[in-house]
Design a protein around this ligand. Structure first.
Ligand code: PEP
Length: 250
């Protein structure tokens, strides 16, 4: 059985003091839960300190992005090695805000995926369609392209243990959530694609999170669907009690 994984993406919120406060509150409520894996993704500036505060707990630490280069003249970029050096285990790749606001392509995300794996980071690989793509009937085509290109030349051995996050772009930060049935339909489609690309056992063991306006009130029903194995949470993870309630409802 797949264990649920709930990750909180803090995005560009929380300075260092606010980050310390939030992670301390999360620790108080969620420390050492065995039934659900909890991950937090603070901004780069807080990773080192949050990592120290999480040391000895089973709460995982993720970055929100990384560069596919190792080092050099890439002003403003952060490498996988740097993330490892401050204790990151996970990295969110291909978030729709990176794709739409910063122009990241499927090919960039593929390079990042390969680099993350080679440095021992676990990608949380985000995919999802826009409202226009959904309404014009292109949803499955778009998801398939994101998966095929994002995972190009990723072997089964390297794909194993990584996390996929289905995040319909129209549901991110909008308050609109996919219905459990809508989300389940896409999750089942993703799992089928993974089976075709890899194998049934690999597809069955892959964690596919849902993201898009997940809140304590809708978390239980969404994560109760057969192929929804957790959540990637934005807005509702910025308050410890609402994040904790999402985890509890998982
Ligand atoms: C996200 O950014 O990954 C996200 C799902 O945001 P929100 O929960 O705010 O919709």
């Amino acid at each position: 059985m797949r264990k649920k994984i709930v990750a909180g993406n803090w995005k560009m919120n929380n300075d260092l003091n606010e980050s310390i406060e939030l992670v301390n509150e999360i620790k108080k409520i969620l420390l050492n839960r065995e039934d659900v894996k909890v991950i937090v993704a603070p901004p780069f500036t807080a990773l080192d300190r949050v990592s120290q505060l999480l040391s000895g707990t089973n709460i995982g630490l993720s970055a929100q992005n990384m560069c596919y280069e190792d080092s050099g003249a890439f002003t403003g970029a952060i490498s996988a090695k740097m993330l490892k050096s401050v204790g990151c285990e996970y990295v969110i790749l291909g978030h729709s805000e990176r794709r739409t606001l910063f122009g990241e392509t499927n090919s960039d995300i593929n390079k990042k995926f390969k680099k993350a794996i080679s440095e021992g980071l676990i990608p949380i690989f985000c995919i999802g369609e826009t409202l226009e793509e959904r309404e014009s009937g292109k949803m499955k085509k778009v998801i398939k392209k994101q998966i095929k290109k994002g995972l190009k030349e990723i072997s089964p051995e390297n794909f194993e243990g990584t996390i996929v996050a289905y995040e319909p772009v129209w549901a991110i930060g909008t308050g609109k959530t996919a219905t459990p049935e809508q989300a389940q339909e896409v999750h089942a489609f993703i799992r089928k694609l993974l089976k075709e690309m890899y194998s049934e056992s690999l597809s069955e063991s892959t964690i596919i999170q849902y993201g898009g306006s997940v809140k304590p009130e809708n978390a239980g029903e969404l994560m109760g669907q057969l192929d929804i194995d957790g959540a990637l949470v934005g807005g509702a993870c910025l308050k410890a009690d609402s994040f904790a309630n999402i985890v509890k409802n998982a």
